[in-house]
Design a protein around this ligand. Structure first.
Ligand SMILES: Cc1cc2nc3c(=O)[nH]c(=O)nc-3n(C[C@H](O)[C@H](O)[C@H](O)COP(=O)(O)OP(=O)(O)OC[C@H]3O[C@@H](n4cnc5c(N)ncnc54)[C@H](O)[C@@H]3O)c2cc1C
Length: 404
């Protein structure tokens, strides 16, 4: 919903003026608010939810995500969560990948519930000086006659003015919808479903990834996962990308049930019906490969799922949300300091430099894996390889499990 600035609300609008207004207080928004507040900007972050709030997710933090949390001063907090040292791939034969040792980077990940992670991040942004407004729903951008975003409108009609708006309002971004934004990479996404449950097995330090999930005999472009959270709890889910032509015919809950029936019986997992009854089961869409491109328009920058920042190959989105939030805020503050809010090309350049070529390959991969015969053939090759580096390159397009 786009709102023009009318004279009768101008006085109130001017009274609430910020350098940066962030829509959405998930990982992308909290990282952006933290970064902008630390550089001295006057920042407000709005989230429609009251925290702690959940977000459908696998709850798996990659080493790179951990590195961003460390950078934000949260090293001790994150170290307290369940540690993950490796991934076990089932293709269907079972093989292992460890996270590489890289200078200055952690060699492990963590399993962490989003209720905890996101609350920690939002509080961290508040501690850095950002004004945090929970239960504040952004209904759309405020746009001037020249088409530049000047702030946001909240549910109830309140308008808040800002020199830059960072749209970190997730998959269904109302800021993006309000601008009717066209992106040349629109349409790349995944559908994912998950639930947290108890498993009767010792706690593992491995992210288990199962590549052989099928729909009516078609190998699907996706995977099932079992991510441990500690204390006997696991997050089990699956996701598949929408380049598979019949993706809309898939009942994600049924598919999850089929996948769970392949897991060891001695884990004594609940049935999908039980998970549905307890409302533990949640499905969500995951935009990927830059569904808002360029990632800015005059007055506004997009970060995290609102930008489609998740990795097109794996769907890992938390590290990308954190990184894009940090970079968006840095670029916004730099642009505001040096010229004004009409040109955030510096953000586009940075995003391109960091991810451009990886995401170009990723979008191609996204399209190719949608063809079941190709995916079946690719999996066969993968399954018969014995060199772990070659396997990792085929699966992740890199030599190692890079932890993106
Ligand atoms: C089932 C599933 C499993 C996944 N598993 C993993 C995983 O294991 N590891 C990983 O790295 N990634 C995973 N991802 C991806 C990851 O969850 C996302 O990429 C990540 O949450 C993106 O962060 P974000 O801050 O951009 O968006 P979000 O986390 O969605 O945060 C957006 C915030 O905006 C708020 N908001 C929305 N609308 C409004 C509004 N109108 N006004 C104000 N606030 C608003 C929301 O309340 C929310 O707090 C998974 C995704 C799915 C769907």
């Amino acid at each position: 919903m786009i709102e023009k600035v009318h004279d009768d609300v101008k006085a109130q609008f001017m009274a609430q003026r910020y350098d940066v207004a962030v829509a959405g207080g998930g990982p992308a928004g909290s990282a952006a608010a933290w970064q902008a507040a630390r550089s001295g900007a006057r920042v407000v972050v709005f989230d429609k939810a009251e925290f702690p709030r959940d977000k459908p997710c696998g709850d798996g933090l990659t080493p790179r995500a951990v590195s961003f949390l460390q950078r934000m001063g949260l090293a001790d907090d994150v170290a307290g969560f369940h540690r993950l040292n490796r991934a076990t791939i089932f293709s269907p034969s079972e093989w292992e990948l460890s996270f590489p040792r890289r200078p200055g980077m952690p060699d492990h990940g963590h399993g962490i519930r989003r209720t905890q992670l996101d609350t920690m991040l939002l509080m961290n942004a508040g501690a850095a000086g950002a004004e945090v407004r929970q239960s504040s729903e952004v209904v759309g951008p405020v746009v001037d006659d020249a088409g530049r975003v000047k702030g946001v409108t909240l549910k109830g009609g309140e308008k808040v003015s800002a020199d830059a708006v960072i749209a970190a309002d997730g998959t269904y971004s109302p800021v993006k919808r309000g601008l009717a934004l066209e992106s040349k990479y629109n349409g790349y996404s995944a559908i994912a479903i998950r639930a947290e449950m108890t498993a009767a097995r010792p706690d593992s330090d491995s992210l288990d990834i199962h590549l052989t999930i099928a729909h009516r005999g078609d190998q699907l472009p996706g995977y099932g996962w079992v991510f441990p959270l500690g204390d006997g709890r696991v997050n089990i889910g699956l996701g598949y990308v929408n380049s598979y032509k019949k993706w809309q015919q898939i009942n994600a809950a049924d598919l999850l049930g089929e996948f769970m029936s392949t897991l060891p019986r001695e884990w004594e997992l609940p049935s999908v019906a039980e998970l549905q009854k307890s409302k533990a089961l949640q499905a969500w869409r995951l935009p990927m490969g830059f569904t808002a491109w360029p990632p800015w328009r005059p007055g506004v920058l997009f970060a995290g799922d609102a930008m489609g920042a998740a990795r097109p190959v794996s769907g890992a989105g938390i590290s990308k949300a954190l990184q894009s939030g940090l970079v968006a805020a840095e670029c916004a503050v730099a642009a505001l300091t040096n010229g004004g809010p009409d040109d955030f090309t510096n953000y586009e350049q940075q995003v391109n430099a960091i991810w451009g070529s990886e995401y170009r390959r990723g979008r191609l991969f996204h399209r190719l894996v949608g063809v079941p015969t190709l995916t079946t053939a690719g999996l066969k090759v993968l399954d018969n390889l014995s060199n772990p580096k070659v396997r990792a390159r085929l699966l992740f397009w890199e030599d190692t499990l890079s932890g993106n």
